[in-house]
Design a binder for this molecule. Structure first.
Ligand code: SF4
Ligand code: SF4
Length: 332
């Protein structure tokens, strides 16, 4: 454990338009917890909007000291979207939006925590009366508050950690990679999400995979079957490692809890014009198909799968618990 005077990585949080859920999620980190993590890695928390005692002019004095170069800013971490400057509240005579831009321009690394800070998220839905945007993207469009060409002092774009909320590991492991100089632009995908967390799908590792393969689907919540065909699961379309990493003490995930993945890490979350918890169909075919699966293949494979579905899976899929166990076929 490092002592206070050995803390070498200055971290500043800002909170834009958002619910604060990313902070709550980060505080749920258990392996390690956030205090042990900060001490172990040598993170010095300059200020956090709800965890710090400092308020008012003491905070804006801190911001000014950073801009004046009296205090080095190693990591700027934003949760929540950023409003257009004309709609922004003021802190010490300067708009929150302007503080975000100015502090990002002197920070070694800039990190967007959660979907709102990354892509605008819920505050940027249709109408968007506040002019909300993510730090470097608005939905799938590059630009956002800081512009496509923005690079932090270390030469990286904004590191996007979408999720509603972001998993605590996604945040703390990113800080750990930064602290050890192990995060470069080649470690990010096309919208600057670290591949370390976002190079698989939420579907991978879901315990309902056998049901998915045979298109044995739950019809109602509380049943064991796959949630894709009728109940709106987008785990096959959503980049995250939720079902391998797991949440809440590494015990659960959305689909393990019986809840469909609503693709909260996606650029276009919350998917305006679409419904959660219900699979939209065109004819009999889901409107949103699994990544990498052409429609014709999906239709063909689904037909074959349904012909081959074991009775065990058909029955278990619509049951709240397993009622049939695997058995050999007669004659085997
Ligand atoms: S419930 Fe969703 S994540 Fe799980 S197997 Fe079905 S489609 Fe995949
Ligand atoms: S399973 Fe899907 S909806 Fe749930 S947290 Fe992961 S990405 Fe978000």
């Amino acid at each position: 454990m490092k002592q206070e005077d050995e803390m070498s990585l200055n971290l500043l949080f800002l909170h834009g338009l958002g619910c604060g859920g990313d902070t709550i999620s980060m505080l749920n980190a258990e392996q390690p917890d956030i205090v042990s993590f900060f001490r172990g890695v040598g993170v010095k928390l300059l200020w956090h909007h709800t965890l710090s005692v400092k308020e008012g002019s003491k905070v804006t004095d801190l911001f000014r000291d950073i801009l004046d170069g009296k205090i080095q800013l190693d990591i700027l971490l934003l949760e929540g979207a950023v409003p257009a400057e004309r709609n922004s509240h003021s802190l010490g005579g300067r708009s929150f939006t302007r503080w975000c831009m100015d502090l990002a321009n002197v920070s070694e690394y800039t990190v967007a925590m959660g979907t709102c800070a990354s892509f605008g998220g819920i505050p940027a839905v249709r109408g968007n009366t506040t002019g909300a945007t993510g730090l470097q993207f608005e939905k799938e469009v590059s630009g956002g508050l800081l512009g496509s060409d923005y690079r932090s002092r270390a030469g990286l774009p904004v590191i996007n950690l979408p999720g509603c909320p972001a998993h605590p590991d996604w945040v703390l492991e990113t800080l750990h990679l930064i602290a050890n100089g192990k995060l470069s632009e080649t470690d990010l995908n096309d919208v600057n999400m670290p591949l370390h967390f976002y190079n698989s799908l939420a579907h991978h590792g879901c315990p309902r995979n056998e049901f998915y393969e045979f298109k044995s689907s739950a019809r109602e919540y509380g049943q064991m079957g796959c949630l894709f065909e009728f109940l709106g699961c987008r785990g096959t379309q959503c980049e995250s490692d939720c079902n391998n990493r797991l949440w809440l003490g590494r015990t659960g995930s959305c689909t393990r809890g019986g809840f469909p993945c609503i693709a909260c890490t996606s650029k276009d979350f919350p998917h305006e014009g679409s419904r959660f918890f219900e699979t939209e169909l065109i004819g009999d075919v889901p409107k949103f198909l699994p990544r990498d699966v052409p429609k014709a293949w999906y239709i063909g494979i689904t037909g074959l799968s349904k012909m081959a579905t074991p009775e065990r899976l058909k029955a278990n899929a619509v049951s709240p618990h397993r009622i049939h166990t695997p058995k050999n076929r007669k004659g085997d």
